[in-house]
Ligand binder design. Structure first.
Ligand SMILES: Cc1cc2nc3c(=O)[nH]c(=O)nc-3n(C[C@H](O)[C@H](O)[C@H](O)COP(=O)(O)OP(=O)(O)OC[C@H]3O[C@@H](n4cnc5c(N)ncnc54)[C@H](O)[C@@H]3O)c2cc1C
Length: 513
């Protein structure tokens, strides 16, 4: 007699019902279906992941639980190391089939490999469909001759050969297979979802961005309702200082956790592009932004040591300084440059910033002013961004520090004039750095230049209530450029001596810089 199918659907990312092939397969012919999420302590420390992201995750799980319950199912939440939790519960529940969405981050890769092995030993069939990215990344690499594309242009030409991504999977049935009766007897299952405090977090979440598939779909619909805005979307046009509302979609946190499917978002944009004759095109269009995501996933997954400078074949070797005072000042909004400090305050408070704002602070920390290692800035972003994403974050930090993909290190953002271009009155600074709010527009970007009298009138003495600039931008950026040039030259010499290939030094696309 064949065994009854008892499915375990293990949610990690992909916290949604729509476009969820793992959910569809797990229901198919199953007697019982157990959807679970395991809160892995590896992620649950404030040093690794800040409270805003964990709160977003908890909200997403709550939303998912409601959606599953509305279809006669449920979400079981447990805490522990997946490799310990899973074998225990699949024994208790008599699991015959395990389903989870394929993940490509290094930690997940290793964890999933071990889980697969344990499942094989327990005679459990495992299925791991691709639904976090637009394409199957292994297929892309294979079609590219076994190596990752080395530029967006090469990636676009690869996609030209591969064609459009598959359509999103159909919606799940209105009535899902219910879990079995053993569920009630399982120990360690949360009755209601834990709070941040229950998980050991001392600080509250402060972000106004809230998680969940429901929020993701309504935010996307709102954006898509203005079809003209979608058709005209063009990076880097758009105001990095706009915060209420921001100038871009703010869908990144939802894509990070898979509350929104990249394929659904892509299909919706493609539909609008079909309707509108005149629309922007990748890489600057809205659809193009999803291709940047895909590009970094494709390259990141196939490049050795993608998250490091050393041993990373696409990353320039640069003699970054190590100055903890500089680094801390940057991280804690104390550089004395209001534009930089306000952006870092937005990161701390909201866990999200506009793309060009990320450019400004990443450039300032690395090749622009402070000459600190991109890996340190990457770690700060990884901890504080709700959308912190291994592939995309590493790729963009290498880009901004002119370590890979982009090589025009001499094009540096000014921490004064760049923000001013978008926000003359400094409203963004006034909002995120209220200590400076009473400075007139003439001084808000450079308050240290205000007279003593003007500082008194603004109720803010520079050097006491707000720091003096940590470096002189003109001097610092000029020294950084000299050192970058020397590092580039030394790299050329080393490669010549060793006969090693050059990381492609290509002209940056017009959109950046
Ligand atoms: C130093 C640095 C670090 C970054 N770290 C992250 C990160 O950890 N996670 C993250 O999601 N994005 C990161 N980005 C990319 C980008 O800034 C954000 O994706 C974007 O600002 C999110 O806002 P949005 O959803 O409104 O974007 P939109 O402009 O509305 O774009 C829609 C989607 O396209 C994708 N996208 C947009 N720009 C990029 C890009 N440059 N690279 C890859 N994908 C992109 C995102 O998924 C985004 O949600 C980083 C950028 C820089 C410069």
């Amino acid at each position: 007699m064949t065994k009854q199918k008892r499915s375990l659907l293990w949610f990690r990312k992909g916290l949604r019902l729509h476009d969820n092939p793992a959910l569809l397969s797990s229901c198919d012919g199953a007697k019982y279906l157990y959807p679970i999420f395991v809160l892995d302590p590896w992620f649950l420390t404030a040093d690794r992941v800040g409270p805003n992201r964990i709160q977003f995750l908890l909200e997403s799980l709550e939303d998912l639980k409601h959606s599953l319950q509305a279809r006669g199912s449920d979400l079981v939440v447990l805490k522990g190391k997946p490799l310990e939790v899973l074998p225990t519960i699949w024994k208790t529940w008599g699991i015959t089939h395990l389903y989870f969405e394929k993940d490509t981050e290094p930690y997940a890769n290793e964890r999933d490999g071990q889980v697969r092995q344990a499942a094989a030993k327990a005679n459990i069939e495992v299925e791991t469909p691709v639904s976090h990215t637009l394409y199957d990344l292994e297929m892309l690499i294979e079609k590219n001759g076994g190596a990752p594309p080395d530029s967006m242009k090469a990636f676009e030409s690869l996609l030209g050969k591969v064609g459009l991504p598959a359509a999103p999977a159909e919606d799940p049935p209105e009535k899902l297979t219910a879990p079995g009766p053993e569920l009630k007897k399982t120990t360690g299952v949360y009755d209601s979802l834990p709070s941040l405090k229950d998980l050991g977090y001392k600080d509250e979440a402060t972000s106004s961005i809230h998680g969940g598939e429901t929020n993701a779909l309504s935010r996307m619909s709102e954006w898509m309702a203005d079809k003209q805005r979608v058709a005209e979307f063009e990076k880097p046009k758009g105001n990095p200082a706009a915060f209420d509302p921001p100038a871009t979609t703010v869908l990144s946190p939802f894509l990070k956790f898979g509350c929104l499917s990249a394929r659904l978002f892509h299909a919706k944009i493609a539909q609008i592009e079909k309707e509108k004759n005149n629309h922007t095109k990748p890489p600057v269009s809205l659809r193009g932004q999803l291709l940047w995501r895909e590009f970094f996933y494709t390259v990141g997954g196939a490049t050795k040591n993608f998250d490091k400078m050393e041993g990373n074949p696409i990353c320039r070797q640069i003699d970054w300084d190590q100055n903890d005072e500089f680094f801390k000042a940057w991280e804690e909004s104390r550089t004395g440059y209001p534009w930089i400090d306000a952006i870092m305050m937005q990161l701390n408070k909201e866990g999200w910033m506009h793309h060009l704002a990320r450019h400004a602070v990443a450039c300032f920390l690395t090749r622009g002013d402070l000459y600190q290692h991109w890996e340190k800035g990457r770690d700060t972003f990884d901890r504080l961004l709700i959308d912190g994403d291994w592939h995309v974050n590493n790729g963009n930090w290498m880009w901004l520090s002119a370590s890979a993909f982009f090589h025009q290190f001499f094009r540096v953002y000014s921490p004064v004039s760049f923000g001013k271009k978008y926000d003359k009155n400094g409203d963004f600074i006034r909002h995120f750095l209220p200590v400076l709010k009473d400075f007139p527009a003439a001084h808000i970007y450079e308050p240290w230049k205000a007279s003593e009298k003007a500082q008194k009138e603004a109720n803010c003495i520079i050097g006491k209530d707000y720091p003096k600039p940590i470096v002189d931008h003109n001097e610092a950026s000029s020294s950084c450029k000299d050192r970058m040039k020397a590092a580039y030259d030394a790299g050329k010499e080393t490669r010549k001596r060793e006969g090693a290939p050059s990381p492609q030094a290509r002209k940056a696309p017009k959109i950046y810089g």
